[in-house]
Ligand binder design. Structure first.
Ligand SMILES: *Cc1c(COP(=O)(O)O)cnc(C)c1O
Length: 341
């Protein structure tokens, strides 16, 4: 198969329209047969539920080429399950989890020429999403839906190494205590746009959100879970029912415990205790782990011992091990790496 002629290392993090996308429609209480289509546009009623009441959710995962030339993706069953949980909370029909994984494989196969070659650092980002499509004006869930998947090649997240980030404590809240923080819904991102732009305008890379009820506990950032490393090499990550259950973070916890033989704690983390940690990282599919060098709390700085030049030693080990597993250079736990081609 001939690869597209792109400058893979420099394609950046934008959208590139690829050849095929997957569409399945839900009507009269059932999902129809899904299929691959060429048209990248979605044409809907002006009154579609997704436009009026934001009834939409999404997932994100990546496919990449391994050293021995296979195309694989990482734990797509976890995305299928998470999207099912999200759909239930938004009164949307669940797209069957097995079909979700099959559809992911189908779209990636159909766009194999767009999967960046091994060693370029680029990957194929896969975006499954679902939306209420029929017209709804009185507030209620839609009766018709589309489940779609498109893919787009994305460049290496860290060009020239991962520079530690400076994040700030936000005065905005991300998720209410019994709200929608634990699901991957577009609405959680709509409301995060203003805080992130404000953070950027003030010179920060991201917002760290505290629990809205007491503002004493660490939750997560706008789009990534948080891990900390203690002086004695323990991994600590916040536990809260308003944090989005990151597949990267859950995989890192497993890697820490079973590959690196570290102690792992998932528990409430008081903001007060953050200065005691020596390393901090943000985890999600896009970057795997972005190191945090500094947290700014209304002008007061917490500087991690790992500094502003490079990833801390322990986070680097976690990063290398997980990416090694993903790339097929380190043996993966059963079922983690799905071979597509
Ligand atoms: C998607 C997402 C993450 C990261 O999840 P992964 O499954 O690791 O990609 C973290 N936080 C939020 C709010 C998210 O939407």
């Amino acid at each position: 198969m001939e690869k597209k002629n792109l400058d893979w290392a420099n394609i950046g993090f934008g959208y590139h329209q690829t050849d095929k996308r997957y569409v399945a429609e839900y009507k009269n209480g059932a999902w129809g047969e899904g299929k691959l289509v060429d048209d990248a546009n979605v044409v809907l009623s002006e009154c579609a539920c997704v436009f009026q009441y934001a009834q939409t959710c999404f997932e994100g995962l990546k496919a990449y080429t391994t050293e021995d030339g296979h195309i694989v993706c990482f734990r797509p069953d976890m995305n299928a399950k998470r999207m099912a949980d999200t759909a239930k909370r938004l009164e949307m029909p669940v797209f069957p989890e097995e079909k979700f994984v099959e559809a992911v494989c189908e779209v990636v196969k159909a766009n194999a020429a767009w999967v960046p070659p091994y060693g370029t650092g680029a990957t194929l980002y896969i975006r499954p999403y679902m939306m209420g499509t029929n017209s709804v004006i009185g507030v209620k869930p839609a009766e018709e839906y589309q489940f779609r998947i498109f893919v787009t090649p994305v460049g290496p997240y860290f060009k020239g190494g991962a520079k530690p980030l400076t994040i700030r404590i936000s005065d905005f809240d991300r998720a209410a205590p019994n709200g929608t923080g634990n699901i991957k819904a577009g609405l959680n991102y709509a409301m995060s746009l203003h805080p992130i732009m404000e953070a950027h305008r003030a010179g920060f890379d991201e917002n760290m959100y505290l629990d809205p009820q007491t503002r004493t506990k660490v939750e997560e950032t706008g789009g990534a879970n948080i891990i900390f490393i203690t002086k004695d090499g323990k991994l600590v990550t916040p536990k809260s029912n308003s944090i989005l259950p990151s597949i990267t973070r859950r995989s890192l916890l497993y890697v820490a415990e079973h590959y690196l033989h570290m102690q792992v704690e998932e528990r409430e983390v008081l903001f007060e205790e953050v200065p005691e940690f020596v390393e901090c990282g943000l985890c999600g599919t896009a970057a795997v782990i972005s190191p945090v060098g500094k947290i700014n709390d209304h002008g007061k700085e917490i500087c991690f011992a790992s500094g502003m030049e490079r990833m801390g030693e322990t986070i680097q080990k976690l990063y290398d091990t997980l990416t090694g597993i993903q790339m097929g250079n380190i043996e993966a736990p059963e079922g983690w790496v799905k071979t597509i081609l």
